[in-house]
Design a protein around this ligand. Sequence first.
Ligand code: BES
Ligand code: ZN
Ligand code: ZN
Length: 469
Amino acid sequence: MHIELNRKEKFEIEVVLTKRFKNCTQEEKENLRFIGFSGREGEAEFIGKKLFVGLDGYGSEDIKIAVNYGIQKLQKTKFQNILFRLVESSREYLLKDLMEGILLGSYIFEKYKSNKISKAKEISIDTTHSKKDLTTLEKEFKESLSISKSVNMVRDIVNTPPQDFFPKTMAEKAEEIAEKNSLQCKIYGEEYLITNGMHAMESVGRASVHESQLIHLTYKPKNPKKVVVIVGKGVTYDSGGLSLKSPNAMVSMKCDKSGACAVLGVMNSLKDLNLNIEVHGIIGAVENMVGGDAFKPDDIITAKNGKTVEVKSTDAEGRLVLADVLCYAQERIKNIDYIFDIATLTGATIIGLGEYTTGVMGHSKKCKKRVQKASKSSGELVGFLPFNRYLKKMLHSNAADMQNSTQSKAGSAITAAMFLDNFIEKKNKKKWLHLDIAGASYRDKNWGYNPYGGTGAGVRLLLEFLRSL
Ligand code: BES
Ligand code: ZN
Ligand code: ZN
């Protein structure tokens, strides 16, 4: 897919977005009606050199979803040169929405398919009728292109099967991104984890044949306004460990690296967006497997901050990894303004909020408000889950400072976040938010402009958050 503004070449097909036949001639309307098209979301029909795409409204998500249907239809044709117009006669929509609809909606993961469906397309967006000046539009174009590319990169990584993507692969990918974007990149192996008291993370990855990797990327502009840390759960495969998952629950656990991948996606666009914020992307990459030296239920592990954790389930491994990485981040970086962790942490988030929504937890109302705004401007859905003193008690352990999982599943998205709270320093309590993307990051079926598999959840949300600072 190649996309440009105002390309001169001839196009074969023009895409027309229409809400209930707006922007259609009388003749087009009659012909469209005849073939059963009514101008609603989900419809896309060719008449002559035009592809009419139904639209339910002019909101950002309406545009993205409608465009997605159009591009999906075009994907199956041999047409190469395609024209979109930024403005139809009725309303002006955002270039960003048009671009995300095209670029995110046309994504296909077919690296492992013998017969590939996607064909090279040349897309032009005609902006001559837009009210905005070309310089503004060009900036918007460049930024949207970068963000969409990062989302699709994340989807590619998340979808890559675990035999081809493990902690070392994650480290290599981070190095590649660092190189391309002039970021600092530090990578530490298991020896570092042991000598630095990161036993929680080290325990989780110990039974795997793949060495665990702690990855620290830094984007440092000259005089940054703020310092933001984003910690990602990078479990490249979650078998559950000795608390082994059932066969059905194990399927799709390649998605358990989605938090880390979102961090990579964010780091890959900071330079393109020219953000004046220091951003640290820190990843705990491990594979949760079984073996003779696996960590066990009943083990008591000491995390980096000296707190002890009794393991009740080796399947509640993400919080152990995050605990140590959060401690590492706060030790290393002194003047933090915001600290996020992003993770496919609990199935309970999916039960509570549905598959499409990221669960947001933490102590700061102000921070949550900002995330709410970023949700609106990015189109990523968020829902807030509240802490309370009673749920906190469920993490009590008779043998250690706390246990890593609770007996009851009730409220377990929240108890997971309250577990992490034990590893947030006092001064950072109101600067921290936990994002549970267990549902939003991956799906077996298409939804909106998200095809099968990884969605890239978190990338647009966090980038919009950073832009708002
Ligand atoms: N990686 C899973 C959570 C998950 C579930 C992600 C479904 C994506 C889709 C996590 O490590 C896990 O197994 N969590 C357990 C926690 C429990 C043992 C306390 C869960 O959610 O059941
Ligand atoms: Zn697990
Ligand atoms: Zn997991």
